[in-house]
Design a binder for this molecule. Sequence first.
Ligand code: FCB
Length: 442
Amino acid sequence: MKLNLAPNSALKSKDFTYGVATASFQIEGNLEGRLPCIWDTFCGTPGKIKDGSNGEIACDHIRLWEQDIDLIESLGVDAYRFSVSWPRLINQDGSLNDKGLDFYLALLDRLNQKNIKPFVTLYHWDLPQYLEDIGGWLNRDTAYRFQDYADIVSRKFGDRVFSYATLNEPFCSAYLGYEAGIHAPGKIGKQFGKKAAHHLLLAHGLGMQALQQNSPNSKNGIVLNFTPAYPETGKEEDVVACEWANQNFNDWYIKPLFDKSYPPIIEEISEEERPQIKDGDMEIIAQPLDFLGVNFYTRAVYRADKENRFKEIPPQNVPVTEMGWEIYPQAFTNLLTSLNHRYALPEIYITENGSAMNDAFIDGEVNDVDRIEYLQAHLEALDQAIAQGVNVKGYFAWSLMDNFEWAEGYLKRFGIVYVDYLNQQRIIKLSGKSYRDFISNR
Ligand code: FCB
């Protein structure tokens, strides 16, 4: 099966950037080379990771990075999005870890030599554990430690970086990490989520200031994830519940960036849930952005619920991926057009999109036709959004290769390249070959 779009599609343009994405904790391994982070601690807590695994080896990327860049090159992509590890780059006293720095400089240089644009994310969830020990994202000071980190790193990386994102998916760090407790550091409680979110957004704004100063020529921005909310029925109460969920999970993270304010539910949430907003915070958060990164995987359906205002209804009798996430590409088009309508957006990059499928590795091959179908449907949905005026400049497949999928451990495979964890072999899946052919036939 081939990926295919109409010849006049904007996605067929050579100017449209195609890439693949990864994140440090999910692929690097090599714990000796860095300080512990919150995910090391979380993995060490029984019952938190489905298969009891951790990031000790992952894809062994610290050792295999040269061959991984060759692999990326062989896919013919224009760009590679990856994250750098804060606890690999910065020592506890705030000084630089030279070995960590050398690793990333070599990686950046090699990418540039090969004309693959580096899209660097500064924070993809691996907070140094010593910062968590003094409150992590519940401690306002962490935002300022992030600014220091962004400042040092962007000075040292010089002009090697095409694009910086401050944070990846602050919703996941704040809500999953500090409210639902299913991600590191595993804190549970309504009183934590929005406080963590505010400090993360503040960190973003402070980080942006450092990036714009030290690296004015790179495209600097942030990556948000969106799970568009749909009401289960047209009934007023479900529509209201859905709107509440949408403000809580989606608008909470984008509205401050463009409107300098949190969504209206801030007036209705309890005192204990409310973040502490100091004078000037919202101005810092709303720094001008060169781009907005959008991660999209699925939608969510809500109904009214007496106790909790809304309740998410799991998908039933509809196509889902191995994560149990509904495959609903229309939501991708609608999300982009509605964001475009509501906000004065900068350029958009789709910084993640992809699917976990039940890959069968047989006779050295993975014929993941289902992943190609997902990709095809989502590229078509993206194409429609662009045709309706949304300014999207690029698309990154999540992920370059199978990797440590957080609370799911190694049980879920998102790669367009298969990783055989027994011997660290990488095998390009059929989806990877289709993506490569599609990109080269533009
Ligand atoms: C996103 C994360 C990414 C990956 C995908 C499946 O939320 O940014 O690291 O785990 O989900």
